[in-house]
Design a protein around this ligand. Structure first.
Ligand code: SF4
Length: 302
């Protein structure tokens, strides 16, 4: 039996899998994430959340391909890439693979040092740019990420602690398409990390368990731990915090005009940019890389 204290329920394996599908269906419906017949591109890391969301979308009848981005983080990237490719190969799915060191000439650890950024900042910028670009270039209707309830609650917690109202105004499980950006959705926002891990085990999904070595000391992890303590003492608080914000707080902070206001086009890569050269191309330059090949190097069904 799987015990979910925040729902005050126990589930047998079959009903737990159904519970996960229902939670994803509810999130998709409630936030108008994906319409039937639309094509989705899933940002795949090889971890539990991205593989679970890919599986859940396929099981719900959506057309979904994957994109794995190799970040050059030593053994972690090699192994996570293997998990992603094995998942796709075993199920006959289409997975695009883009290797940052090969295509751009830098890796996240050394690139971040050269660009004087913390690794997660360089990594986040790199992934956002490459996933957005692949979704636009591939004509996908929506870009899907595996952010779960724990992730979103931790981000919200961090933004509230510092009253980062600009970030709070943008925190939503759906970011609309527009001005060169694809629509981005997070269908796992109704599921916790523990629940996506249990879903993977029950569905026979083999995923990368090790955390990225760059995550050590990450502030986001500290926020997750703090929220886990609160959740332990008071089950359901995490969901109440996040969904209460979406229902009652987000609207108060919403700013019209939105993220792409005043954006131009990057002279180098053609992506939306707030300056002549976009933040990604500046990162590549400072990291000593190159921008000659910006497309996935391997495509097609495995
Ligand atoms: S922990 Fe940081 S460096 Fe590692 S994959 Fe996540 S964002 Fe990238």
């Amino acid at each position: 039996m799987i015990d979910l204290r925040r729902h005050n329920s126990n589930f047998c394996p079959d009903h737990f899998v159904k519970f996960c599908r229902d939670q994803v269906a509810r999130a998709i419906d409630e936030f108008e994430m994906i319409q039937p017949g639309q094509r989705a591109l899933v940002a795949v890391s090889g971890g539990k959340d991205s593989l679970a969301v890919w599986d859940l979308l396929l099981e719900s009848g959506y057309e979904a391909d994957g994109l794995y981005v190799g970040l050059g983080i030593a053994d972690y990237s090699d192994t996570s890439g293997e998990f992603a490719q094995r998942f796709a190969r075993d199920r006959g799915l289409r997975l695009q693979v883009l290797d940052v060191p090969e295509s751009y000439g830098y890796d996240i650890p050394s690139g971040a040092r050269a660009a004087r950024r913390v690794p997660c900042s360089a990594c986040g910028l790199t992934k956002r740019h490459l996933f957005d670009q692949a979704a636009i270039d591939g004509g996908y209707d929506v870009l899907v990420t595996g952010h779960n309830l724990d992730d979103e609650a931790a981000v919200l917690f961090g933004n509230v602690l510092r009253w980062q109202t600009e970030y709070l105004a943008r925190q939503h499980p759906v970011l609309p398409e527009g001005d060169g950006f694809p629509k981005k959705v997070k269908p796992l926002v109704r599921l916790s990390e523990r629940e996506t891990a249990a879903y993977c085990v029950l569905r026979g999904i083999d995923y990368m368990v090790e955390e990225c070595p760059m995550a050590v000391g990450n502030r986001h992890l500290g926020y997750k731990e703090a929220l886990n303590e609160i959740e332990l003492a008071s089950p359901g608080t995490k969901a109440a915090f996040y969904f209460g914000f979406l229902q009652r707080g987000a609207e108060l902070l919403r700013v019209d005009g939105d993220r792409a206001a005043e954006l131009g086009v990057c002279e180098r890569c053609g992506s939306p940019a707030g300056a002549a050269i976009c933040a990604f191309c500046r990162l590549v330059e400072r990291a000593g890389g190159h921008t000659m090949d910006s497309r996935p190097v391997e495509t097609g069904r495995q």
